[in-house]
Structure formats: structure tokens, C-alpha cells
Write a protein that binds this ligand. Sequence first.
Ligand code: GLA
Length: 422
Amino acid sequence: MNRFGSRLSFSPARVIATVLIAVPLFGQVGLRAQSAPKQIAIPLPPLGWSSWNSFSNTVDSRVVMDQAKAMISTGLHKAGYQYINIDEGWWLGQRDGHGNIVVDPKAWPALAPGERAGDMSNIVRYIHSLGLKAGIYTDAGKNGCGTFSPDIGPGYPNQGSEGHYEQDFLQFARWGFDYVKVDWCGGNKENLDPAVQYAEIARAIAHAEAITGHRLYFSICEWGRNSPWTWAPNVGGAPADIWRTSGDIVAPVVAGSKNTGRKASFQKMLRNFDQGIHPEAEHTGFYNDPDMMVIGMPGLSDAENRVHMSLWAISGAPLIVGADLTKLSEATRAILTNSAVLAVDQDALGLQAIKVAEQGGGLEVWSKRLVTPGERAVVLLNRTASAAPIAVHWSDLGLGGSEADAKDLWAGKDLGSFSDSY
Ligand code: GLA
């Protein structure tokens, strides 16, 4: 066992160390001052929860209220998580004679005196009353994903916003939503051009924002098929804030679902991490989105959950929890709220990691530049099935010739000062 064996030899392997490397303690103060970047404040990756992975199209007011409460009671909100996102299944494709979305009043009842059942602003008010933010979901096409691949119950047509972009996004803003995810199942089926459709949607969002004075965070979900990182941050008057870079890590894990018994997959999580790396597109507050996380869902061990969290954090990815927040284990809770790891995700420079070294098949060193000059976050990723030592050389981090301090973020431990590698 090497001297870092205890950290690098869990079994089964594919193990991770998340390390923070800091610049020399001596002789570098002047260099630090000279190299300090002019950093303006940028929006950081969103932190929150989404209904899809654990509730599929069974999402309703009760589910959302329970999850919102749990975001507070688990300490996730205190750690920085704020969005409660309602994904597909919240409406069944019905509109009134004026084309306005009609929702089931039983699923979305009045929650306070004076409220009307069937009005989505009720649940938004509830979410806001807890100090949280609210997200909603639609599709860029006429139909939504539930039309083509229904999960629980029959497939409902017309769950998309095509033909109603201005009306729907204005409605979302008027209801008070702060975030909207726009899926691509309908657009894909109709063979539409996503860059064109999402530009239309961006204009509708800008219009809604101008009328209501209410900001809608814009999440594109086109699964990376048409390289959204090349156009999503530039569309229309309201560029997308985040864009999906891959398919879903997991089909919903919920009783009654056609996927009942299915589990979150570590391999698919790794695939989504790989497909999410487009560092050239991730800057000034715009982020690649490798999908909602599966941390804490059936199928992943605690060690695998830590790997997952390390990879999303070093990607500067949106951290949208897919697990049922009312059932988090203490280990999962600790992983999701580790402040040092969250700080890597939320670093003010807003950059993504790149792979800086590979030692033989599957032993990789990933590094993300942090806002403090000379600091790097580093993930040592062992993709093989057995334990192995991995070294990170300062020269691979652009810190050559330096003595640097290393810290293990998961253990919360200073590892010491090292002259050229760890
Ligand atoms: C697609 C998206 C998922 C989820 C489902 C809902 O698969 O990629 O994130 O929104 O649709 O049906």
C-alpha cells in the first residue's frame, strides 16, 4: 500500500481523491498579486432538486411540498441548494379556449385561504415562502416526452409549448416560476432545428421577463445531440444559462413505473461526465449540464456517490439532486452538503475541469482552475477495477517549479506541502 493507500484503495475501485492544490507558502506573494485575475461576479451553477428521477409523472403539490420541506430540514438549503424543480407530468396537455394551460385542480389544490385550485402560483408561493426558488418544465415541440415514451399511465399528447411559446413562458413567469427547463422530445420527433426553436423560446422568455420583471433561468434539455454548447449560450435575447450535454443517466426509479426496479448506473454517470466536458463553452456564468444527479438513489454505493459528486463539482455542473429528499441517508446528506466540495463547484471563476494527465489506461488526473490565483481543484480518477496509485505533477497543473500545499477535501485534511507532485 502506498502512503495514500487508505484514500486510494476502496474496493471495488474506481476510486477518487478530490484534492485542492494551493500555491507555495513562500516566495510567491508577489506572483500572486500580479497574476490575480480581474474577476467580475458571474451567476454560479444552480443548486437544487428535480422531481423526475424519483417521482416521474406522479409529481403533484404534495410531493413538491414534502421535498421543499425536506430541502430545509436536511440542511441542503443551508448548504446552498435552492431550486425545487417540477419536471414532466405536472399537466396533461389540456388548454382552455384561449390556449391557456389547464392543470388538474386535485393535483394542484389551493394551499392557503383565498387561493384557487388548479393555479400553479399556489405551489410557487409555497416554495417561495420557505425561501426557495421554483422551477417548471415544458417541451419545445407540440408533444412532450410523455407522448412518445409514457412512463406511468397512458401517453398524453400536446404537452409541449410549440405554437404557444409567448403565452406559456409569460404564464410561467406570471405564476412566479424562477426557472424553466425546456425538453426536446417533441422537437426531435418533428425534426425541428433546435438552434432555431430554442432561439424562439429565448425570445419568448425575454418577452416574459420584460413584461413581468421576473427572471426565468433557462435550462435547455436537448441531450447534446446538436452540440448545444456551440449555440445555446448565444441564442436570442435570453441565452440559455445551462444546456444538457447527454441523455438521461437514469430512467425514473419509482413504484408503478415501467422502470420499477431499475437502478442508477455508475457507468452511465461516468458517460455523462465525459460527454459534459466542453470547457471552451463554460465561462462567464454559462454551464454544461451533464444531467440531474443520481447521488443517493438505489444503485450507487457511498464511495460511488462521492465519485459522482467530485466529478460534477469539478465540472462546475448544475447540482440538481434527483433523489427523494425525504429519504436521504446520513452518508448521502453529508456528501451533498460537503462545503469544501460544493465550493469547487461554486468557484467564482466558473470554469470547467480539463483532463491534464492520464497514467496508463483509466488512471486520470482532472484539474479545475480556481479563482484564488495558484489554486487548483484536482480529481484523481481511477476507472479501472482495481486499486492503483495515481500521481499529480504540479507541472501538469501549470504550477511547475513550485512547492504546493495539498488538501483532501473529502477527508477535510491538510496533506502537507509537496515540492513537485503528490
Ligand atoms: C427527458 C429528459 C429528462 C426528463 C424526461 C421527462 O428524458 O432528458 O431529464 O425531463 O424527459 O420525460
